[in-house]
Ligand binder design. Structure first.
Ligand code: IMP
Ligand code: MG
Length: 178
């Protein structure tokens, strides 16, 4: 039992599953004529989402990952994003679907989008599981959003708090104990 914080279910497994099915219908339709689709996952938070989403994608697709620095072990965002581990794939002339776990202030995605656009993909769209729109500080064009959530710190389904709780099958909110 963790005495520092509790976790309360915010979005359960079934809701996540259903939402991914709806998203994948739209994504499959959008890319039905794509010549080369690459799903790019931002590690580590998107690994569970990507695994479930990718299995619903019915057009030919390649999958690659990159890691960028963001929160470290804290609950606040840093505005300075660095690539810690880059793609192995050349994305020039490729349709890129960037998959992220959460958009909070938007600084992480904003900078990743800029870096990827410099590589001249054919197209670049964003799919994120969770969106904290009330916290946005930059304007980002996000084509697909799983769920809009309130300004709560969440964990589970790949998402961590100080590297813990990624293994929870649902999305929960962290309730700090005094
Ligand atoms: P942004 O740069 O402020 O948009 O932050 C986005 C990144 O912060 C995401 O990739 C997440 O890894 C992390 N993040 C934002 N909110 C949460 C949260 O509630 N729990 C865990 N990580 C979060
Ligand atoms: Mg992240």
């Amino acid at each position: 039992m963790n005495v520092e914080y509790d976790i309360q279910v915010l979005i359960d497994e079934l809701k996540i599953k259903n939402r991914i099915q709806d998203l994948s219908v739209e994504i499959n339709n959008f890319y039905k004529n794509s010549k080369k689709l690459l799903v790019v996952g931002l590690l580590r938070g998107s690994f569970v989402f990507i695994a479930d989403l990718a299995r619903e994608i019915k057009v030919p697709v390649e999958i690659d990952f990159m890691t960028v620095s963001s929160y470290g072990n804290s609950m606040v965002s840093s505005h300075n994003v660095r690539i810690l581990s880059d793609l192995n794939t050349d994305i020039k002339n490729t349709d890129v679907l960037l998959v992220e776990d959460i958009i909070d202030t938007g600084h992480t995605l904003n900078q990743v989008i800029k870096m990827l656009n410099e590589r001249e993909p054919q197209s670049l769209e964003v799919c994120c599981l969770l969106n904290k729109s009330s916290r946005r500080e930059t304007n980002i064009d996000v084509k697909w959003v799983g769920f809009d959530i309130p300004d709560e710190f969440v964990v589970g389904y790949g998402i961590d708090y100080a590297q813990n709780n990624r293994n929870l099958p649902y999305i929960g909110k962290v309730i700090k104990n005094d």
